[in-house]
Design a protein around this ligand. Sequence first.
Ligand code: ADP
Length: 373
Amino acid sequence: MAKLSILVVDDESGIRSGIKRILQNFVVSFPFMDEDFEYELIEVETGEDAIEVINNQLIDIVLLDNKLPGIEGIEVLEYIKKNKISTSVMMITSYASLDLAVKATKNGAFNFIPKPFTPQELRTAIESITKHLFLKRMTKKMHKEGKQIRFQFLSVLSHELKSPLNAIEGYLRIMQDKQIGDNIGDYETMISRSMERIKGMRNLIIDLLDLTRIESGEKKQNLTQVNLVEIAQLAIDTIEPMAIQKNVKIITNFPEQEIITADINEIEIIFNNLISNGIKYNKNDGELEIIIKRENKELKIIVKDTGIGMSKEETAQLFKEFVRIRNEKTKSITGSGLGLSITQKILKLYKGKIKVESEEDKGSVFTVTIPLN
Ligand code: ADP
């Protein structure tokens, strides 16, 4: 439950206590808000006191009477505007004055409420301000997150591309100076290491491109009949060299075929990410089991490994962009931290889900569920 603070500025104690009664247990919720709002009330009698409160604490909403003993409500409003104080003002006016309404609107009043008002009128007004405040906060948050993601994008790019570039440059320099011999064969290890680093860079760029295309909605789905078993086998073949290197046994539990309507590239991304993670984060001599099955009009892809696993806190973060778990066990494993977030975004296009169960040092089980229709 989120709390909004309301400053009630009125010299009539009857009005103040009335407002308090009406809003005390009032809760606003809209289907699009992830949290309900309740209100905390602060009361003052004069405009001067109102200014003091506003200057000393964050007030979300000001319910402001115009006719006050000292300075008028409209002057408090002018003060708020002049000092760029972030708060939403609802003027309480005892009579309809066009002049006051124009002046108040010019000074940024959010709305008016006539006096006397019914409890329902007050609640509706508060509801409308709350919705407005919520949307304003969300816009700000999205803007901030957008900036943060752009920044992460650049830092991942510069960091993850810089080290392979440096390595390749180093190897090329050694070759240019013929430091270890005149024969191309002398440089075989360096050439294959360079190729490895180039492959890593290419994968990162592919991940980033996939992400931006999905994010911007630019990626057009090309739906055809896709055999999941075939795609899974292809992903296994691609990762096989690493599996052999780590001596990880791959066990498949597939039906003869499993055909769904989907975009083949997207399905490839899902299998590639889950299967390559299952090998990358596995232990030497471990196992990776991949299951494809139908269950209650749903398609399930289960990828089970006997790898390093994760803690509960870590699993909660996994599907966010650029999240990589950094510890001793993952130190030497390269990646962009994008694969799972891309996988999740693709699954959303199919109204599908992905979940993970994991135990540290035991292994992880990733389960993808896609509704069949
Ligand atoms: P990347 O592997 O490129 O870093 P992912 O988005 O695929 O990015 O995964 C995010 C993080 O989740 C990884 O950095 C790793 O720490 C963790 N992770 C993913 N799959 C597994 C797995 N099967 N076992 C343990 N940790 C995993």
